[in-house]
Design a protein around this ligand. Structure first.
Ligand code: C2E
Ligand code: MG
Ligand code: MG
Ligand code: MG
Length: 276
């Protein structure tokens, strides 16, 4: 395609660049109203143990925009994180998750849900107190929630995050380090924080293939070993094949999440059909 340059301030942006910019601005504009317009949906993806039993779910937000159609979290979460919008979304996810847990309890199901907490949200001074207030309002035990933080979230403001994590851990919440191995946290930090779980990023799980039985997948092995040394559980994300399950099982990985077991399922659908 012919490259046409468009003047934009002092720089020149290619046609592709303009399209990208338009998309960015459109997402940014419409995202501000997404919560108010009730355009978000919650999906849950099972996390299973060695026996293939579902022990918990990860809560994953979905956005069906009236103007833009379905927009992937990969495209809108980072834009939401540029402003307080991520906190509106985060609070919506917390409330929706607590609603789902309430219905689980009503049906006698003993299942936990892991939620993704943004760096922007964990550093808010009232994050711990407002989360505790929310679970008490819904009557949900703190033990039913797992809070997923990325390594980036840990290092933004280590002292604040450490205090918040300690307060919540004392209250019974568990913490999982998401996308582990892709960030910049130091092992010294990890040792100081109340962490229950390391979540091995999909990019490392992708390294496990038919050959791994012979060659191994060194980073996966190292993370599982590290979890054991730190006395925390290990969970693999993005598990898609039987080879991966077999390899991870042989290495002692505790739990699995991925399309091999189930794609994320819309909560509404779930409550109506499978739970009756
Ligand atoms: P994540 O927390 O690492 O979530 C795992 C992502 O991998 C999800 O993508 C999930 O649908 C996808 N996935 C799970 N199993 C497989 C698999 O077997 N194969 C493949 N190809 N993908 C798999 P999703 O839902 O698009 O979310 C992307 C990222 O957006 C998440 O990565 C998380 O960082 C962020 N995100 C999603 N929901 C929320 C939320 O409620 N709050 C915040 N702060 N971030 C969220
Ligand atoms: Mg996650
Ligand atoms: Mg992850
Ligand atoms: Mg990931």
């Amino acid at each position: 395609r012919a490259k046409k340059s468009a003047p934009f301030g002092l720089c020149h942006i290619s046609e592709d660049g303009m399209e990208e910019l338009d998309r960015y601005l459109a997402i940014k504009l419409h995202l501000r109203q997404a919560v108010a317009k009730d355009e978000l949906l919650l999906a849950l993806q099972p996390q299973v143990n060695h026996s293939g039993e579902t022990t918990s779910f990860e809560a994953l937000v979905r956005w069906h925009s009236a103007e833009l159609g379905v927009v992937s979290p990969a495209d809108f979460i980072s834009i939401a994180e540029e402003s307080h919008v991520i906190c509106d979304i985060g609070n919506w996810v917390i409330d929706e998750t607590l609603n789902a847990l309430k219905r689980f309890i009503a049906r006698g199901l003993d299942l936990c849900v892991a939620i993704n907490i943004s760096a922007k949200q964990i550093v808010l001074p009232d994050f711990a107190s407002s989360l505790i207030a929310r679970i008490n309002y819904y009557g949900i035990p703190s033990q039913m929630l797992i809070l997923e933080l990325t390594e980036t979230a840990l290092v933004v403001d280590i002292e604040t995050v450490k205090n918040t994590m300690n307060e919540l851990a004392n209250y019974g919440f568990r913490f999982s380090i998401d996308d582990f191995g892709t960030g910049y946290s130091s092992l010294a930090y990890l040792k100081e924080l109340p962490i229950s779980e390391l979540k091995i990023d999909k990019i490392f799980i992708d390294d496990i293939d038919n050959n791994s039985a012979k060659k191994g997948a060194p980073i996966v092995d190292a993370i599982i070993e590290m979890a054991r040394a730190l006395n925390v559980t290990s969970i693999a994300e993005g598990v898609e094949t039987q080879e991966q399950v077999d390899y991870l099982t042989s290495k002692g990985c505790n739990r699995f999440q991925g399309y091999y077991f189930s794609k994320p399922q819309f909560v509404q659908h779930w409550h109506n059909s499978e739970l009756g």
